[in-house]
Design a protein around this ligand. Structure first.
Ligand code: 26V
Length: 791
């Protein structure tokens, strides 16, 4: 076996890459290994496709504007069981496997949780043998690359496609025309859309291989290309720019990923991107369906389409358009067929992130769909005569995409128990009354293959030694660790695995940030997008309070801590950028203070992405999940920490509620107001001032910031930030501050008792089985998609 992998690597090095061993670079080895591994994905990939056709199976189509896959080589090697062999083979050739794996660019085709969830779902669907296609956009530039200049975030384009991407197969035959703009003409009794612009959507396929290579699905990403011909005449006249114009215009559609996942801006290009993805996907779905049958009324029996948030919510009207305009189905029938196919997942309650398009923009870009949306809205009212006047899709000259998605879906789901309750109570109370049972919960999960097996080999080995194989595909098996938690030698081994990961992380932090941290310290980690509601501010205020406390009493028995932050801010989100600046400023002061020394360090490695998360999660001691209750739909980072044995310090928000339920309150540092209390507290206009004046610690911290202790070169740098704390504080940082400080003190005391801590940590892993995305996908398959696994 080793021989054959070796032969294939060397064959690809010579004949695919065109390099002699003696001159091969890390890149060359990476490509050679990727092709050798990729070859082994083909057989299961073809077999899965063949079986789906032969058995005439229903397929899932997961439509998402984001897929944050992370690197693919090591994941494929692990799932094929070739990981150790690959490592040994390269070692025998004198090549460093880790360097090869880390040479792969991390495709950043997503903002954060929503995109990463889509990637975990793709992996779980392949593992469970659920026939599925992911449909997305092949952005030329994914999310920007972050760096810090003077402590401030600077954005640069990320060029993941600079070199050939071995996991990407061009499918020139899968190409569709995507129309935009123009007008709708009435011809006889038919509405005919005469578009003004068109582009081609061209498919690129990436295989997604499941655990043990038993099944593989396809991630199909669309890139935009011009439909018009290159204007050679203009070019020959020397008018080079004008000649290239149609090309530039078309390619703009798949050029960049929108980097703001908090604030909705009604940008026309974004609407075009959403339609581009959705229309290409639906044309592809109908073509595939019509290859083997002709009655489109049977579509819901064979096709389940999941809308990942409202971004592809134009799927409702577009599917109706294709059925009515291209296939002559009656409107009412088309609506009902579409509803039976469609499901909608909501990922946020933040009002500023909910999509709604001005009818002007919508009607301009998609005139035919504007008509259809009005018809859907009218039909819905007709079928639900008790619908209140303020409910509907088109209101106040806006198309509300949440309502559109809800009405066009047979199931609407939230992503954690609390979030789903809040959808029922606050987001869609009237639609919920009209359609009881349509809203269901599917608590998020993460794939244990990437987030435990691959990223934490030390702990994975210990788990297998202790409970045997099989936990990778049945994470509830981790329960089997529980009896061992009382065994001192098991705890010792658990601690050693964590320690090895912490050493590895310390070395990496030292090379990337230049800051030396002590692996014996408590590694306290908050990594996620920078948002006010996620309250990185609360964490850095606690850090300052801790720093002051140590300085005031340096000889006390402090538990050494390393505060680790990572995450990107949207480029236009000034307040989030200010928080990044503050964290970096505080880090500079604290890290250079000889009084506090190793008792406290603050590190903020730049450019958080999936690959960085793979380094951080296994090395964390404490997981920071401290959002204002009611704001974080679920969180999935929280689950990755738990699986890797890091207890949570957190609020009753999102899936934290279920983490607490699973792990028990002795193994979770709970603090803060509940979602209900948050609403009530905000009714007091003086909540911030009252909370600050009641806390000497918080007063001191704010005073230090206001005095410029962390910005000596510009003492008034954070005046506005402090002012907002006193007078606004929408996310209740002040109100939760004391409770957070107290919980952090409890974490210190627990960590100082090594046995107690290891028990907590190990119980977090042992009780994390619920958070496998396999469990989540099983839930979608039974409750939403009505689909049977093929294996
Ligand atoms: C919204 C927008 C608005 C239009 C422009 C681009 C854009 C991109 C993304 C978003 C969606 C934000 C919603 C989101 O990411 N929600 C997160 O979903 C995770 C997976 O369910 C969940 O764990 C997080 O709690 C939730 O914040």
């Amino acid at each position: 076996m080793t021989q054959s992998l070796r032969v294939d690597i060397l064959r690809h090095l010579s004949f695919t890459i065109g390099k002699d061993q003696a001159h091969a670079t890390t890149y060359d080895w990476r490509m050679a290994l990727s092709y050798a591994i990729r070859d082994r994905v083909m057989e299961p990939w073809f077999a899965a496709t063949r079986r789906t056709w032969a058995e005439d199976r229903k397929r899932v189509y997961y439509l998402s504007m984001e897929f944050l896959t992370g690197r693919l080589l090591e994941d494929a090697a692990i799932n094929l069981g070739l990981h150790e062999e690959a490592e040994a083979t390269l070692a025998a050739l004198g090549v460093d496997y880790r360097a090869v794996v880390e040479d792969e660019p991390d495709p950043a085709l997503g903002n954060g949780g929503l995109g990463r969830l889509a990637a975990c779902f793709m992996e779980s669907m392949a593992t469970l043998g659920c026939p599925a296609y992911g449909y997305g956009i092949r952005y030329e530039h994914g999310l920007f690359r972050q760096s810090f200049h003077g402590g401030q975030q600077v954005e640069a384009p990320e060029d993941w496609l600079d070199h050939p991407h071995p996991w990407d197969f061009d499918r020139p035959e899968a190409q569709y025309v995507i129309p935009f703009k123009g007008m709708v003409e009435q011809r006889d009794s038919k509405q005919v859309w005469v578009p003004e612009e068109t582009v081609f959507a061209q498919a690129h396929d990436t295989p997604v291989i499941g655990w043990q290579g038993k099944w593989a699905n396809t991630l199909r990403l669309w890139s935009a290309r011009p439909t018009g011909q290159f204007d050679l005449e203009r070019f020959n006249r020397g008018d080079y720019t004008a000649a290239a114009e149609p090309e530039t215009l078309a390619r703009t559609l798949s050029r960049v990923l929108y980097p703001d996942d908090t604030t909705y801006q009604g940008k026309e290009l974004r609407l075009k991107q959403e339609f581009f993805l959705t229309s290409a996907a639906l044309q592809d779905i109908l073509r595939r369906f019509l290859q083997s049958r002709s009655d489109l009324r049977a579509l819901p029996k064979y096709v389940a389409i999941q809308m990942n948030d409202t971004h592809p919510a134009i799927a409702g009207p577009e599917l109706i358009r294709l059925l009515v305009d291209d296939h002559g189905i009656e409107l009412r029938d088309a609506v009902h067929i579409a509803q039976k196919c469609l499901g909608y997942t909501n990922h946020t309650l933040l009002p500023e992130a909910l999509e709604r398009w001005a009818t002007y923009t919508f009607g301009n870009v998609l005139p035919r769909h504007m008509q259809i949306v009005e018809q859907i809205d009218g039909l819905h009212l007709e079928e639900n005569l008790s619908r209140p006047h303020y409910v509907g899709i088109v209101k106040h000259h806006e198309v509300r995409m949440g309502e559109l998605a809800f009405i066009m879906a047979h199931k609407v789901n939230g992503v954690s128990a609390l979030h789903t309750d809040l959808i029922r109570q606050n987001l869609f109370p009237d639609l919920d009354r009209l359609h009881p049972g349509r809203i269901v919960n599917q608590t998020n999960g993460v794939t244990p293959r990437r987030w435990l097996k691959m990223s934490n080999p030390a702990l994975s080995r210990l788990i297998t030694q202790t409970i045997g194989e099989g936990w990778e595909a049945d994470l509830d098996k981790l329960k089997g660790l529980e009896p061992h938690v009382d065994d001192a030698s098991f705890r010792q081994k658990f601690g050693s695995a964590k320690w090895a990961n912490k050493v590895r992380l310390s070395n990496w932090l030292n090379t990337t940030t230049g800051i030396a941290v002590d692996p014996d310290a408590l590694f306290d980690v908050q990594v996620k997008r920078i948002h006010e509601y996620k309250r990185q501010l609360l964490n850095i205020l606690e850090t300052i309070a801790r720093w002051k406390a140590i300085r005031d009493n340096p000889n006390a028995d402090w538990v050494p801590r390393v505060k680790i932050f990572a995450g990107k801010s949207a480029p236009g989100y000034a307040v989030a950028k200010e928080i990044i600046h503050l964290i970096n400023d505080v880090a500079t002061v604290i890290n250079n203070d000889p009084v506090t020394g190793d008792m406290l360090k603050v590190v903020f490695p730049a450019n958080y992405n999936v690959s960085m998360a793979e380094k951080l999660m296994p090395a964390a001691d404490l997981s920071e999940q401290i959002s204002t209750a009611g704001k974080e739909a679920s969180g999935t980072g929280n689950m990755k920490f738990m699986i890797n044995g890091a207890p949570t310090i957190g609020t009753l928000d999102g899936a934290n509620v279920e983490i607490l339920r699973e792990v028990g309150e002795d193994n979770f540092f709970l603090f803060g107001l509940t979602a209900d209390e948050v609403i009530r507290r905000r009714e007091d206009p003086d909540h911030a001032r009252n909370a600050i004046e009641a806390s000497q610690t918080l007063l001191d911290v704010l005073q230090m910031i206001a005095e410029g202790r962390f910005s000596p070169d510009q003492p008034d740098r954070y005046h506005q930030l402090v002012h907002r704390m006193w007078h606004h504080d929408y996310f209740l940082v002040a109100s939760d501050f004391d409770s957070y400080i107290k919980a952090q003190g409890e974490a210190d005391r627990a960590f100082a008792d090594r046995d107690r801590w290891l028990k907590m940590a190990a119980l977090n892993t042992a009780r994390s089985g619920f958070f496998s995305s396999d469990r989540t996908i099983r839930g979608y398959m039974t409750d939403i998609w009505d689909i049977e696994p093929a294996i």
